[in-house]
Design a protein. Structure first.
Length: 244
């Protein structure tokens, strides 16, 4: 009977599959980084920000792998039998005596009291600082209010005096104007009105001047009409005398 020899074929190596997978992932990440670099020139700030975050995340892949590797190594080291050679990890704690326990308790109590004292001291210092700030704040605003009232009073007195002087000046000008008017001093009367800048009186004077000017023109025209009528009448009489 013929014996057929068969050559055994090797199986698939998982390491090769993992390397191939890592290579493909690395290639895809490189292509993705190139695509994300194109987003740097766009105007959409939201897309640009998302692209920048994704690119930074891709660049941190190797760092994340290193961190994971270090964490796994630490966990493996802590869970192996290597810790058996560290006798300090299995050393029984020394039993504390009653005297040592009392000393320890006393020290803990002193530390606690010291902490409470410092805490109360800090709290008291805080309260003192708040009270001092409150006093300074109140004094500052009291002084500011006093200065404000003083300035307001000075301003009020200044305006009252200014108003009083202005009233006296108006009365003086009014009396002087009436005096000039009574004495028929037209030039002085107009000068006082110009100094006073009384628009109402200036308007009345302007209207009066216009009225007087119109009346003068009307009287002059009437006189001219009368003179022309007299001349015509005179010429008519002379013609009659010549005819007779």
């Amino acid at each position: 009977k013929a014996v057929v020899s068969t050559q055994s074929t090797g199986g698939i190596d998982p390491q090769d599959i993992l390397k191939e997978r890592e290579y493909r992932i690395s290639q895809r990440m490189g292509l993705r980084l190139k695509e994300l670099e194109l987003y740097e020139n766009i105007e959409n700030e939201n897309l640009k920000l998302r692209a920048s975050i994704e690119a930074k995340a891709i660049r941190l892949i190797e760092f994340q792998k290193q961190v994971r590797k270090e964490v796994l190594n630490c966990m493996q080291r802590d869970t192996t039998l290597e810790t058996a050679f560290n006798s300090k990890l299995y050393k029984r704690a020394k039993k504390q005596s009653l005297r040592e326990a009392r000393v320890t308790e006393k020290l803990e109590k002193q530390q606690k009291l010291e902490q409470e004292r410092k805490k109360k001291q800090r709290h008291q210092e805080f309260l003192n600082a708040v009270m001092q700030h409150t006093k300074e704040f109140r004094d500052h605003h009291r002084q500011t209010m006093h200065k404000t009232l003083k300035i307001a009073k000075a301003v009020r007195i200044y305006h009252e005096n200014a108003e009083r002087e202005e009233k006296k000046e108006r009365e003086r000008i009014e009396k002087e104007r009436l005096k000039r008017l009574m004495s028929e001093d037209e030039e002085g009367y107009r000068k006082l009105i110009d100094e006073k800048k009384d628009k109402r009186l200036l308007q009345l004077l302007h209207q009066t001047d216009e009225f007087i000017k119109d009346m003068t023109n009307m009287v002059r025209k009437h006189q001219e009409d009368l003179r022309d009528a007299r001349m015509k009448k005179k010429k008519k009489l002379e013609r009659r005398k010549r005819i007779m």
